[in-house]
Design a binder for this molecule. Structure first.
Ligand SMILES: Nc1ncnc2c1ncn2[C@@H]1O[C@H](COP(=O)(O)OP(=O)(O)O)[C@@H](O)[C@H]1O
Ligand SMILES: [Mg+2]
Length: 292
């Protein structure tokens, strides 16, 4: 079975057949490799959230087919045929803590497995494991999720998705509104799930530093279309194009651009802080190196 995600000419029209009809996705074709860490970037309204919600068929295409790990989704696929697929594709929405509702942390995390027919004992086992995975202390299990900090609530929500043991994890702006510490915790969690559990990670983000620090592949969306798909270095190689897409460079690239404008002869735009430091060291040690 083909272990990949593929979109074939997928169009999604919101409010079709009304004067407000709008193509949020416009003939999108793409492939996401299994076990990749793919970042999806693009300015607000470019179609990122619409795109990812097609991967677990929360939204259905208006035209075009999607294939996820060998399962076809077409505009006419019925929900009955999607239950198994949805089990394999975990989806963490923006501000997922808004969807917490149970009276205790453990019950909230058990909800998914129970919904899929697990016994109380099995659901609890999965929930306890998921709490550990996201770094929630076991002592929190019987607390109300609403008494926790923002970062903890978000981890409860993510644990609820992980308790289903998905093979693909979609994170739609998972760090929005978190402080730097909470941000790093969530990103390191995503990296751990990718590196140690072989999960395919799909991350929608506005943070270009996360793209270069964590992603292996990048999809750039603009007005409902995929305009570039490549490695982080391919995507950020052309700063002018990045700005044209209303995106930022990673902070190392922003800094390097300013140095270059000020006449510092850097050879290329570095992707990470480490690369930038290396280039500057090279320049200083190279002494009389010039760009001519
Ligand atoms: N439920 C909806 N009804 C109508 N239009 C929508 C809906 N959700 C999103 N859109 C529109 O579809 C386009 C893509 O939105 P979205 O996928 O949310 O973009 P992004 O996640 O990149 O910000 C936008 O123009 C947005 O206004
Ligand atoms: Mg969005």
């Amino acid at each position: 079975m083909d272990q990949e995600i593929s979109f074939n000419q997928v169009t999604h029209t919101y409010q079709a057949d009304t004067p407000f009809a709008q193509n949020a996705l416009d003939k999108v074709s793409l492939k996401i490799a299994p076990n990749s860490f793919t970042a999806i970037i693009g300015h607000t309204g470019s179609g990122k959230s619409t795109l990812v919600q097609h991967i677990n068929a929360l939204l259905k295409s208006t035209f075009g087919e999607i294939e996820v790990y060998g399962r076809q989704i077409t505009p006419s696929t019925t929900n009955k045929n999607l239950k198994q697929l949805r089990k394999h594709v975990g989806m963490v929405f923006q501000f997922p803590e808004k969807q917490l509702f149970e009276e205790s942390v453990i019950k909230d995390i058990m909800f998914g497995p129970k919904n899929y027919g697990a016994s109380d004992a099995d659901a609890e086992k999965s929930a306890v494991k998921a709490m550990k995975l996201v770094g929630l202390d076991a002592s929190l299990r019987d607390q109300s999720p609403f008494d926790l900090s923002g970062g903890q609530m978000r981890r409860v929500a993510i644990a609820g998705v992980l308790a289903m043991n998905p093979e693909i994890l979609i994170l739609d702006e998972p760090t929005a509104g978190l402080d730097p510490h909470g941000h790093k915790e969530i990103m390191d969690l995503a990296q751990g799930l990718h590196d140690h559990r072989n999960m395919t990670i799909i991350l929608v983000t506005h943070q270009m530093d996360d793209v270069v620090d964590y992603a292996s592949d990048v999809i750039v969306m603009d007005r409902g279309q995929v305009v570039k798909h490549g490695t982080p270095s391919q995507i950020f190689a052309d700063p002018k194009w990045v700005y044209k897409m209303h995106l930022d460079l990673p902070s190392s690239g922003e800094f390097a651009t300013r140095l270059i404008r000020a006449g510092v002869p850097l050879e290329k735009t570095p992707l990470t802080i480490e690369n930038l430091a290396d280039e500057i060291v090279h320049l200083i040690q190279g002494g009389n190196h010039t760009d001519e």
